[in-house]
Design a protein around this ligand. Sequence first.
Ligand SMILES: [Mg+2]
Ligand SMILES: [Zn+2]
Length: 301
Amino acid sequence: MAASNGAPLVVFDFDKTIVDCDSDNWVVDSLGATRRFDDLLRHLPWNHAIDAMMGELHAEGRTAEDVAACLRAAPLSPHVAAAIESAHARGCELRVLSDANAFFIETVLAHHGLAGYFSGTDTNPAHVDGAGRLRIRPYHEFAAPAPGHGCALPSCPPNMCKGKVMERILQEEEEAAVAARRRRRAVVYLGDGRGDYCPSLKLREGDYVMPRAGYPVCDLIGGAPPAAAVREWDGFEDLARVLLGIVDDEIARAAVTTTTEQDDAAAMNAAVVGAVVVPDCRALPARQEAALLPQAVRVPN
Ligand SMILES: [Mg+2]
Ligand SMILES: [Zn+2]
């Protein structure tokens, strides 16, 4: 983790958040396989169906490069690209948390020159096998005897609980903050779908959820709101505006906190220099009083 200027960690969903489509449907529709994919979905979970679909397309002579060519044509708003670049330039760490797959996400981000802005991606693993067929695996193996992710929320698909991933990310954030002896930076999560509800619930007060207005995650959040602040975005220009507003607020807040800490240190020095005349702590605001107490070691939380 980089030295913090207070810029939050920003975690993006991918489908309908970074790209303005569902990338699975986009590829299937682009390759003329919509009806067959619907047939597969009748008896397979989504994640298995898209893997099977890639197998059928490969058997017909469609290559992984054909799939990549579809993905390069997927719609991605220049406002999203600008938001990603600007958030990164302000010091934000950026991650992707998606139920798409690694091949689709890497192809799209690389095509738009955005891959280098992200420090990591959590998604369903994918690879092109020796025969040239694209394989897509579940993030959490769930076919017996694998135990699955164990989350009971009905909005989490069997192959991926984004909430479990968010718990891991928050744990890593806490540990990094403790090691650096500072407050944990805020986490911002952007998403649109039902699967984005579980990670939203994992965020705490001081964090932010950015649900896409009018999309399924909004209904779930409206029914049982998370502890984090909810900031809706309606369209990609709005996404950029809301996200960068949060980033700027967090950076400004951190600057104020830093100044306060310097004031505290100055107050403590003054007390030491003028040790003969110890200031009456009862006359000081509680914050300064705490700074004067010898046991007031600043513990990051
Ligand atoms: Mg999505
Ligand atoms: Zn879950």
